[in-house]
Design a protein around this ligand. Sequence first.
Ligand SMILES: Cc1cc2nc3c(=O)[nH]c(=O)nc-3n(C[C@H](O)[C@H](O)[C@H](O)COP(=O)(O)O)c2cc1C
Length: 287
Amino acid sequence: MFADAFGFQGSLSGDPGEPDVQGPLAAGGRRRAGLAPSKFRRQTPYLYATVRPPRVARGQPWHSQPPPCGVCLPGLMTQREAPLQAARHTPPVGSLGAMLIKRRSTRSFAPRPLSIGHVALMVWAAQGRTTGERRTSPSAHALYPLTLTAVAGSVDGLAPGAYRYDAERDVLTLIADGDHRDRVAGTTLADHLWLRQAPVLLLLSGDLEAATQHFADQRPLGQRGARYVWLEAGHASQNIYLQAAESGLGAVLVAGFDDDQLLELTPAVVPSGQHPLALLGVGHPAE
Ligand SMILES: Cc1cc2nc3c(=O)[nH]c(=O)nc-3n(C[C@H](O)[C@H](O)[C@H](O)COP(=O)(O)O)c2cc1C
């Protein structure tokens, strides 16, 4: 049990089986009583909490009341504004913070090939294995519903072609030889000519239907699984951006493409039954 500076009271627990635990914390501390623990909740040891909002004293001006608060930990909310810039350490050179500052969308690429080592880093950053079955990107239920296709055009050590990334074995498998960058980049809504200059295009796709089935017991029914897949495409995309920043490369996420055009390309770059989610160009930035 705890009480914070505004009188919020609550309890925290890492064990969803505890009797006073009512479910994932809702905004404003609402309890979600009567919900049977979902499969997702049973399988994930998240911190579950209940919070009772304080009594609002009559006759007090609104600004003397605490702001709505989802999770209020002891001592956390002691002031209305906390200036952060002065409190934050400057990210050390090479740190994640430094990469977050460095990350930018690059839309102008030098006519210089990437190395296969660069591509190996990018695909690993997006979906590669780390420890055991786990990967660089988080995935709901560790389902890993994404497929990564590398459309290589100018990569030293890798013949032009479309390759599927097999994360389990950490290999690229050729699915169509030849340079397909023009065809793929040509499906972008604004026909980004500069995207064709990127030595490699990375296409993320996913089986929305399979994910929807997998998470069929989670509300909103029929939508939850697909949401997770889209979120995961975002995680993988950000990993590519950050890896590019660390490697001194440029990357850009292009999600403005014509889904149908991309799906109709022959030979196919999107696996059958999957939906295109995100397309990224990677290369050396132009000086
Ligand atoms: C979901 C999403 C879709 C995007 N689609 C496109 C796109 O179709 N074409 C493009 O040139 N940039 C696209 N971008 C890149 C954004 O334009 C870019 O992130 C934004 O201008 C901010 O610049 P920064 O990435 O350098 O911080 C997209 C970014 C996101 C997150």
